[in-house]
Design a protein around this ligand. Structure first.
Ligand code: 26W
Length: 841
């Protein structure tokens, strides 16, 4: 693909697609034109992939997720096509800057945080590993809210990511499906004397699929991300319409379309909101119908559903799919219960992403009954049969029955979605070793004892394409010059970098790269916040959703302690640091919003104080998203992973930082433990109580005030806050914060404070020795290979999905090869992929 071809195609799109002369093209016109140019280069691969999958019987992974936090597509597609430099050159001949054009893309922020971003990394790895896969989700019209900081506080506004159109999607109206909601069921006996159920819904909505291409790295595979949008049915209530109530009828249409209007911005707190259950059921019902359609196009009967599809539940959000598949098989396809259950249990697998009790989904029975009356009957039946099994296995253990039931009877009755997910799945996994163990020993203990063989652990991973090759081109160049570029597809190879840690000239180049990255970030910070930060200072970074268990406020206590040291002794030995925070708080999570205000208030004082401001800077960068992450991870010196042990299921930011050469300070939580083991204890700063110590301390009775009483430094810090030092003398502002800390402190900040400060002291000492720090930094990247999402996907393929690669061979539109391939197959001349061989040309 030559620079001249790209240039020609681009200019054509400026003219024919955007309808502009190049001289009049806006930033968005240029972006749209380039996006279309690149999309055109994907189409042939996309169609070839569909043909390859269609023409052979391989298993397809259906990844069901209420969230896909994809981030911008254009740059990633350039990386995966291997044409970044060609395109940069083509743009340069037109006096255009590629980076400027890339920056025009509105990122699809269709996720809250870790879970949605994991789904995106998995889509990249599935395509790169040439695994037949479909991502199924919701096409939210408004993604995660936009965050601004006004007077130090979070202010939300809507994310209108679709306002300029989305060049990456193709609407597939011909595959629209109907989804029923509400109403009641009727029971009858059919003409063959069988007991049947008819669901009479209160309303019907239409699901329209929008497909986006997901290209693998340097392969022909282009998988599909299929997101559903809700629309009103065609005959949307013509009764009302005929009665002359046109506006009433239109209003019903609006109501249907509300279903996919907005992403719920809660991360880890479940509220029993009707619309959310409707969203979950809607996209799952659409997706299962779509799979049944695909099965039919291959001429396969529904009884072979589980052979063709392996359905992964990304947390419990799509778990209602288990009841929906049962309903489809029994009510629509006339299968007997046992046969339907056999198929369902072999099709589904469930990933748990959280141990926090407040995040475990439970739906109030009346609400579930109102929206999904037939599904509730099916869940009752699943439960009755399941509890019969439990009765036999655990004879006489009545309390176990209550604990295991799919229906909780504490207070108002609820449907427990995690129990449904476990009962209906063949495999259940946690997302890091510790998390999987705590899952077995705590939240899902009874289910584990029922079926220990179903449980496994697959540690999360992140894609090195987006998080290194795209986000950190300078480091990518340096690494590839040293060890070749095989690591981009096989991150284990990055270990070959290890010896370079001892090479002074390499370390110098390493440091130069990191310095330039820091300068870039400093510019971004200045433009976004007006704060000028010094790239020579240590960039100490904490970016993630704001949550008490993640303990951003513990990092702030450290900052206050350093501030106090300098104020008490201007000659105190304090390593210059820039503290960078970013992350969104759920709009209804007041305590988290107060934590943001705490960061910005401390920033206000520290950054203004002439005695301190050249040594400490504190910044809260608004609106953390994938785009910002791509600038932040490559520029961080220190990665803060300081959740209370036992609370963070895995974390994935920790991996992005480590790959990019940041050093981690972290608790023994989630994947931090495996990260420390991989990178080596010498190159990692662990602190704090571990999960069993946390458990023991809480069991023994935790008294946070004893730490306050016995530590003068902690007392000084807390007193400054209490006296309103960071809130212009208004002691009331942060009272909820420190009252909580001194009285209950559920996340044990007081207990971990001393250890954290001590560890930070060691971090400072290490940073003060640049040779040591750069060596650690190189080793951090070199030993991060196992945290590639490719490794995670390989494990899912082997242990959970039993899915194999299907290399894709390019079909040529003009040569009639498409029909040719189909005919050859019908004639029994081998399979399409066999004839193509290899990974195509
Ligand atoms: C129902 C409300 C709700 C919404 C989202 C509950 C739970 C969630 C997600 C499961 C929260 C989430 O994103 N969890 C994160 O998943 C990541 C990917 O596995 C992990 O790395 C993080 O540790 C975990 O917090």
């Amino acid at each position: 693909m030559s620079s001249a071809t790209i240039r020609r195609a681009f200019l054509d799109h400026v003219f024919y697609t955007q309808g502009k002369l190049p001289g009049h093209a806006s930033g968005n016109d240029l972006y749209q034109a380039l996006a279309h140019t690149v999309r055109d280069r994907l189409v042939q691969r996309w169609i070839s992939t569909a043909e390859a999958y269609q023409s052979q019987p391989s298993r397809t992974v259906a990844y069901l997720s209420a969230e896909f936090l994809m981030g911008p597509h254009l740059g990633n597609n350039l990386v995966n096509l291997g044409i970044v430099e060609a395109v940069r050159g083509a743009m340069a001949t037109l006096n255009l800057d590629l980076d400027h054009i890339l920056a025009q893309e509105e990122e699809p922020g269709l996720g809250n945080g870790g879970l949605g971003r994991l789904a995106a990394c998995f889509m990249d790895s599935l395509a790169t590993l040439e695994i037949p896969a479909l991502g199924y989700g919701i096409r939210y019209e408004y993604g995660i809210f936009h965050q601004s900081i006004i007077d130090g506080m979070q202010v939300e506004s809507t994310d209108t990511w679709l306002r300029n159109g989305n060049p990456w999607e193709i609407q597939r109206s011909e595959w629209a499906v109907e989804v029923r909601l509400g109403g009641h069921t009727e029971h009858y006996t059919d003409d063959r004397g069988r007991y049947r159920v008819r669901w009479v819904p209160a309303k019907t909505v239409v699901g329209v699929p929008f497909d986006s291409p997901i290209l693998g790295y340097r392969v022909n595979t282009v998988n599909t991300l299929r997101l559903w949008r809700a629309e009103a049915t065609e005959a949307f209530d013509f009764h009302t319409f005929n009665r002359g109530d046109y506006l009433g009828a239109v209003n019903k249409k609006v109501t249907s379309e509300n279903l996919t209007k907005v992403l719920y911005p809660n991360d880890e707190t479940q509220q029993g909101k009707e619309l959310r259950l409707e969203q979950q059921y809607f996209f799952v019902a659409c997706s299962l119908q779509d799979m049944l359609r695909l099965l039919a196009t291959q001429g396969l009967p529904v009884t072979r559903f589980h052979e063709k599809f392996t359905v992964q539940l990304n947390d419990t959000h799509p778990a209602v799919g288990i009841a929906e598949l049962m309903r489809l098989l029994i009510d629509d396809h006339g299968l007997a219960w046992d046969e339907a259950w056999h198929i369902t249990r072999r099709a589904f697998a469930y990933t748990n992403h959280t141990l926090l009790p407040e995040a475990l989904e439970q739906w109030p029975l009346p609400l579930f009954q109102r929206i999904l009356p037939r599904h509730l009957e099916i869940i009752y039946e699943i439960n009755a049969r399941f509890l019969d099994e439990v009765r036999i296995r655990f004879y006489g253990d009545e309390s176990r029955l209550a604990r295991l039931s799919l229906i909780s009877e504490h207070g108002e009755r609820h449907v427990r979605m995690a129990h449904l997910a476990c009962v209906g799945s063949h495999t259940i996994n946690g997302v890091a070793e510790l998390h999987s163990r705590l899952m077995r020993e705590d939240v899902l203990k009874d289910l584990y004892e029922m079926w220990p063989e179903k449980f496994t652990s697959i540690t999360n991973g992140v894609t090195p394409r987006r998080w290194l090759a795209l986000a950190n081109p300078r480091l990518t160049r340096l690494v590839s010059e040293a060890i070749g570029d095989g690591w981009i597809k096989d991150l284990g190879q990055i270990r070959a970098l290890e010896p370079y840690a001892d090479d002074p000239s390499f370390r110098e180049r390493w440091q130069a790269v990191r310095r330039e990255n820091k300068q870039d970030l400093a510019r971004l910070v200045r433009d976004a916040t007006g704060v000028v930060v010094d790239p020579n200072s240590m960039f100490d970074v904490m970016v993630k959703r704001i949550h008490e268990y993640k303990r951003q406020h513990l990092a702030v206590l450290h900052i206050i302690a350093l501030y106090h040291r300098i104020k008490s002794d201007p000659h105190a030995d304090v390593q210059p640091r820039t503290f960078l925070f970013a992350g969104k708080a759920a709009p209804g999570y007041h305590y988290a919003k107060l934590m943001i205000r705490f960061v910005t208030s401390v920033a206000g004082v520290v950054n203004r104080d002439p005695q301190v401001r050249d040594r400490l800077k504190v910044v809260f960068l608004p609106n953390f998203n994938v785009t910002h992450g791509q600038k932040i991870y490559p520029a961080a010196d220190l990665s803060e992973q300081i959740s209370l042990a036992g609370k963070e299921a895995s974390g994935t930011g920790n991996m992005k930082f480590a790959m990019n050469g940041a050093i981690t300070i972290g608790t023994m939580d989630g994947a931090n433990i495996e990260l420390r083991d991989a990178i080596g204890a010498d190159n990692f700063f662990p602190f704090g109580l571990n999960a069993s110590e946390v458990y023991a301390l809480k069991a023994a009775g935790y008294h946070p005030s004893t730490y306050y009483d016995s530590s003068p430094e902690l007392r000084a810090v807390v007193d400054l806050i209490q006296h309103g030092f960071f809130s212009k003398g208004d002691a009331a502002v942060f009272r909820p914060l420190f009252d909580g800390l001194l009285q209950h402190d559920p996340y044990l900040l007081m207990a971990d404070f001393a250890s954290y400060l001590h560890c930070q002291q060691q971090v400072s000492a290490a940073y003060g020795d640049p040779e040591r720090w750069q060596r650690m930094s190189v080793l951090s990247s070199a030993r991060s290979g196992q945290f590639s999402s490719d490794r995670a996907i390989e494990q899912y393929c082997k242990r959970v999905w039993h899915a194999q690669a299907v290399p894709v061979c390019l079909l040529h539109r003009s040569s009639g090869q498409v029909q040719g391939a189909r005919r050859a197959e019908a004639d029994g001349i081998g399979t399409f992929s066999e004839r193509c061989g290899g990974s195509g040309s």
